[in-house]
Design a binder for this molecule. Structure first.
Ligand SMILES: Cc1cc2nc3c(=O)[nH]c(=O)nc-3n(C[C@H](O)[C@H](O)[C@H](O)COP(=O)(O)OP(=O)(O)OC[C@H]3O[C@@H](n4cnc5c(N)ncnc54)[C@H](O)[C@@H]3O)c2cc1C
Length: 409
């Protein structure tokens, strides 16, 4: 869509931009593209689920807390984009098409530019028995986990496997909501070894206070219907919550895009696939070649990547210069139930510093960060005002009304 083409008038076919995945990255990219293109391109968002669920709050859903569910079709229609609900099964990179399995059968969508943001999910295939016996924090399964937890007898053993952020948040949320259950966290390395000394000490004390036992330096070999078989002996469970590593969808690898050993699309510094320049990628599903810092799968990585990728998709179509992606980390936040959190401050390369915020003040910061992440995804804006105890107010007046009215439905 060069200047000349624009001048040729409205008869010219609009370029087709397809965004795959409506997580934090895909949603932000769609909103940005729809706003930037001013209807000079046709933007379509494809996602398996019809609603946007805040993934960073799934441990809250697993303990019976209601999460808002925003209708994606209405949300993207409010900025002039289209929505297709369906499961992306393959890409044809030569024909530039995406095949989507929808409720009405298979659809093949054509694109000029593709923005791939299919994110990640918990890996359930690397350890035998996980797929059959473990519960996981996904939008579909968190509610089932809640039903199981709510039905357990006092003293029942609930084991969370995984000492990363997801495991720490899941174990503490369950312990806070079900103090009568015997919650245990099992992890391969040393407990909380990614945190500063202050952070580790705080987490250890918080877990002790909540009655969560920790078994670290333990490798899980497989699960049976009632036991976890580990290098340190067997652990009986009533419910096991698997919070191991994240895995990405196989679509990119199977379609022939260049991917790394984790299956993430390898991009250049403009977030353009190194093998297929019409494809851009952002979020958990992407990794930039030779980039510092190493991009950790997280919202704080996904949201800025989405902004760069969307900006560059449009720049490529109109023939202007593309932006080089830049990224600095600020730290990581771990909720410990609703009343405490650890805010671990880090340097720009994501190395933890001996500087933490904890307790109720930490919980306030963590809540703010979660709201902020959703706000940026939904509105592609940073402007945000929040006062403790008050509902967040979106400062963009028109979008505020739209988003809040969608939320109410
Ligand atoms: C319990 C929990 C707590 C977390 N806490 C934090 C935190 O505190 N801070 C933080 O930064 N990060 C946190 N994370 C990680 C964070 O949620 C992810 O890094 C982030 O969601 C990545 O965003 P994304 O848009 O790349 O992908 P995702 O959010 O995974 O979105 C991908 C979207 O694509 C869809 N999709 C996938 N495959 C297909 C397909 N084949 N067809 C159609 N649609 C498909 C999915 O349904 C989803 O809607 C947490 C994760 C979990 C599970």
């Amino acid at each position: 869509l060069t200047k000349n083409n624009k001048e040729r008038g409205k008869k010219m076919k609009q370029p087709e931009i397809i965004v795959l995945g409506a997580g934090y990255a895909g949603l932000r990219a769609t909103i940005r593209l729809a706003k930037k293109t001013h209807k000079q391109a046709h933007v379509t968002l494809v996602n398996a689920s019809p609603v946007f669920v805040e993934r960073v709050r799934l441990h809250q859903q697993a303990t019976g807390q209601n999460l808002r569910q925003l209708d994606l079709a209405r949300l993207v229609a409010s900025v002039g984009a289209d929505f297709v609900q369906g499961y992306v099964t393959s890409l044809n990179l030569n024909a530039r098409t995406v095949t989507v399995r929808t409720a009405d059968g298979e659809r093949v969508l054509s694109y000029d530019k593709l923005l791939y943001a299919l994110g990640s999910t918990i890996d359930r295939d690397s350890v035998p028995g996980v797929r059959e016996y473990a519960d996981v924090l996904t939008p579909e399964r968190s509610t089932m986990l809640y039903a199981k937890l709510a039905g357990l007898r006092p003293g029942s053993p609930v084991v969370v496997v995984g000492g990363g952020l997801t495991g720490l948040e899941a174990a503490s949320e369950i312990a806070e909501n079900y103090p009568d259950l015997a919650v245990k966290l099992v992890t391969t390395g040393d407990f909380a070894d990614k945190f500063s000394r202050k952070g580790q000490t705080y987490l250890r004390n918080a877990f002790e206070r909540m009655g969560i036992t920790v078994q670290d330096n333990t490798n899980v070999e497989r699960l049976t219907a009632d036991e976890i078989i580990t290098t340190q002996g067997n652990i009986a469970y009533a419910v096991v919550v698997w919070a191991g590593a994240f895995a990405v969808a196989p679509v990119a690898r199977e379609s022939g895009l260049t991917v790394n050993s984790s299956g993430q699309i390898v991009t250049n510094h403009m977030l353009q696939s190194v093998s297929h320049p019409d494809v851009y990628a952002a979020g958990d599903a992407a990794q930039i070649l030779d980039f510092q810092p190493y991009l950790r799968m997280s919202c704080q990585t996904a949201l800025p990547m989405a902004a760069t990728a969307a900006t560059n998709v449009w720049a490529a179509l109109v023939g202007t210069a593309q932006k080089t992606h830049r990224h600095s980390y600020a730290g990581s936040n771990v909720s410990l139930g609703r009343n405490a959190a650890l805010i671990q401050v880090a340097d720009k390369n994501d190395r933890p510093l001996e500087f933490v915020f904890t307790g109720r003040f930490g919980a306030m910061i963590k809540e703010y960060v979660c709201r902020f992440a959703a706000h940026v995804a939904l509105d592609d804006k940073y402007s945000f005002v929040w006062l403790p105890g008050y509902r967040p107010q979106y400062t963009g007046a028109t979008r505020e009304a739209e988003i809040l009215s969608l939320e109410a439905q």
